[in-house]
Design a protein around this ligand. Sequence first.
Ligand SMILES: C[S@@+](CC[C@H](N)C(=O)[O-])C[C@H]1O[C@@H](n2cnc3c(N)ncnc32)[C@H](O)[C@@H]1O
Length: 431
Amino acid sequence: FFSRLMADSGQPAPPPGPVSLDRDLFRQTKTYLGVRVPTKECGSVVKVLGRNKLQGKGKLRPVLEDPEDSARRIVLLDVAVQENLPETVAQLIKERGLEVVEHKVELGYEQMTADEVLRQVIPAGIPVPSSFEQVGHIAHLNLKAAHEPYKFVIGQVLLDKIPSLRTVVNKLGTIETEFREFNMELLAGVDDFVTEVRQHGCIFRFDYSKVYWNSRLQTEHIRLASLFNPQDAVYDVMAGIGPFVIPAAQRGVRVVKGNDLNPNAYKAMQENVVLNKVHLDTFNMDGREFITHVIQTYMNPQSEAFVGASGPGKDGEDSPTTHHFTMNLPALAITFLDAFAQLDELPHIQKPVIHVYCFSKSADPAKESVQQVEAVIGRPLPADCLIGSHDVRNVAPGKEMMCVSFRYPPPAPSAAAAPDEQLSKRQKLSE
Ligand SMILES: C[S@@+](CC[C@H](N)C(=O)[O-])C[C@H]1O[C@@H](n2cnc3c(N)ncnc32)[C@H](O)[C@@H]1O
């Protein structure tokens, strides 16, 4: 099925060259065992046999026209059934007086599934890629080094067999980019990376080659968005194209602000705000600057833009506002927690709730992720501040993506002491 560079005798074999797809080479004639059934009885015979006793997995249909008799059909039997005819099938054949026949079927590339084709192209010993991420019309593969000679064939076969695909790409390298977009190579189809996905009633349009997107986070996006109350304020420090902030705004959270340092993500977030007809403010700042801006502007009661308690609710009482920060940049987000240290100097500002993502390779990721937070904020998280440590997903063997939710704790008593008090303590020590 493929052409390769041949090794000179005595020389170490060079790596295999690229493999090309010749669809004609898949043509073959196969002989199946079937039963000849009068057309009128076909439905009932198929029902009695049941799907698992019929041939016709993949794209081959189990009931075919009989070339010798237009009033009959050939019902193909599964290969396993052919080899060991079960009692029920033998009885059915006898009771109905059905004729058992050998039937030749012309098969080709069109009748085969992607898996069947790839099993023939890729040599035994190299696993056939079994999964990929589909983002709109784009299939995103993460192929292994052994797949290198077969990668364009893999791309083409997926494109041929999955009608919703127009583009197939492969992730390149493991180097993390600053904005977490993928380095990718085109394997098959058109080099159009602008795509659209739907998630929980929201539409997201973006250029997959320029921004971060991971469809596997959809459960997490909605889990977090559903924690927010309408009277709350939500600030996403690393918002990407908006999968937390847009659902939050759509669910009626009254103050929502999304920030991302990647200018392409920022632009896409703005477009998605319009596309989803929601109201939220977008920012294109470094995460630390954004945290300071939010604290000084929206959380400070002395600021004109202060977001205080919302107006009286049903019971006439003001609804208290919780200020939430979300920080999904798991490799680094925890290091940004130092930007909240300024809250220690601002006791009149209500402490926010922070949802920060990280990775943990510990046997107890829930505990260890909290320890990571404590190490950066420089104090233990008291039980009344820790809301939870949630296991988002397993990203690699022994590596979990975690989300720690906590209310920023007040300073430890010694650090919280008023400057005068601290001075008098120092004086006493020097006395
Ligand atoms: C893992 S993505 C998450 C995006 C989005 N929250 C989501 O769940 O899909 C992390 C985002 O952080 C952004 N980012 C990286 N460094 C940043 C920084 N210093 N300040 C703000 N955003 C940053 C990246 O551009 C990227 O969009």
